[in-house]
Design a binder for this molecule. Structure first.
Ligand code: ZN
Ligand code: ZN
Length: 211
C-alpha cells in the first residue's frame, strides 16, 4: 500500500495537475485542475478511484479554470487556495478571456486554506504551508511520510515563480522558500506547477535564486 501520484499536464501552459490516491482505499484527490476536466475525470474513472476533493495551490487561471467544469458534473469540495488569492478567482472571466482560455466563471472554494491546515487523501496526511510571493494566497501541500511536496508555482527545477503579476512580491517569495521549504529534508520530491520534478537537495545546490 502506498500513496500514488499521476501527473497530468493541462492547458496550453502545460500545468502539472496531479491525481493523488491511496492505493488501499482508492480514495483520490485532484490538485490544480487548470483545465481539461474531461481528461482528468477519465483518468479517475480508468483507475477506478473515488474522487474526494480538489486541492488548489493558487488562483492563477492555468491552475483553477477547470474547477467549475468538474464541480458542475460531480459534487466535490474544493480546498484552497488561501483567501488572499480571492481577487484572482473573482477575475477569472476577464483573465481567461485575455489568455484565450475557455471562459471560466468565478467561484468560491468550499474552504480557504491557511498555514498549518491538514488535508488527507485516504490515510495520507498533507500539511498546508502558506508561501506568498508568486501570489499572496499561494499554498503548497507537504506529505512528510512520503517526502512529497506539491509546490504549485513557488519553486521550479533551478528557478522560482515569477513575481511580476499583480500581487507578486519577490522578497516574500524567497524568504518563505528559505524558511519553510529549504528546511524540509533534502530528499523531499517537489512537483512544481510546470516542468520536471526536482528535490529540495537539488534546489539548495543548484538554484541560483536561493543562494
Ligand atoms: Zn501561477
Ligand atoms: Zn502556473
Amino acid at each position: 500500500m502506498a500513496l500514488q501520484m499521476k501527473i497530468i499536464p493541462v492547458t496550453a501552459f502545460l500545468q502539472n495537475a496531479a491525481l493523488l490516491w491511496d492505493d488501499e482505499s482508492h480514495e483520490a484527490v485532484l490538485t490544480d485542475t487548470g483545465g481539461e476536466a474531461k481528461l482528468l475525470l477519465a483518468e479517475v474513472d480508468r483507475l477506478q478511484l473515488k474522487l474526494q476533493a480538489i486541492w488548489l495551490t493558487h488562483g492563477h487561471l492555468d491552475h483553477v479554470s477547470g474547477v467549475n467544469d468538474i464541480t458542475d458534473q460531480i459534487k466535490l469540495p474544493v480546498f484552497g487556495p488561501h483567501q488572499n488569492d480571492n481577487y484572482w478567482l473573482e477575475a477569472l472571466p476577464e483573465v481567461t478571456a485575455n489568455y484565450g482560455f475557455p471562459i471560466s466563471q468565478p467561484f468560491t472554494p468550499s474552504r480557504w486554506l491557511q498555514e498549518g491546515d491538514e488535508l488527507k487523501v485516504g490515510q495520507y496526511l498533507f500539511k498546508v504551508l502558506h508561501i506568498p510571493g508568486h501570489t499572496p494566497g499561494h499554498v503548497v501541500f507537504y506529505n512528510q511520510e512520503n517526502k512529497l511536496l506539491i509546490a504549485g508555482d513557488v519553486l521550479f527545477r533551478e528557478t522560482v515563480g515569477r513575481t511580476d503579476l499583480p500581487g507578486g512580491n519577490h522578497t516574500d517569495l524567497i524568504q518563505n522558500i528559505q524558511h519553510k521549504l529549504l528546511t524540509l529534508p533534502d530528499d523531499t520530491r517537489i512537483l512544481p506547477g510546470h516542468g520536471a520534478m526536482t528535490t529540495i537537495g537539488h534546489e539548495k545546490q543548484y538554484n541560483l535564486f536561493l543562494r
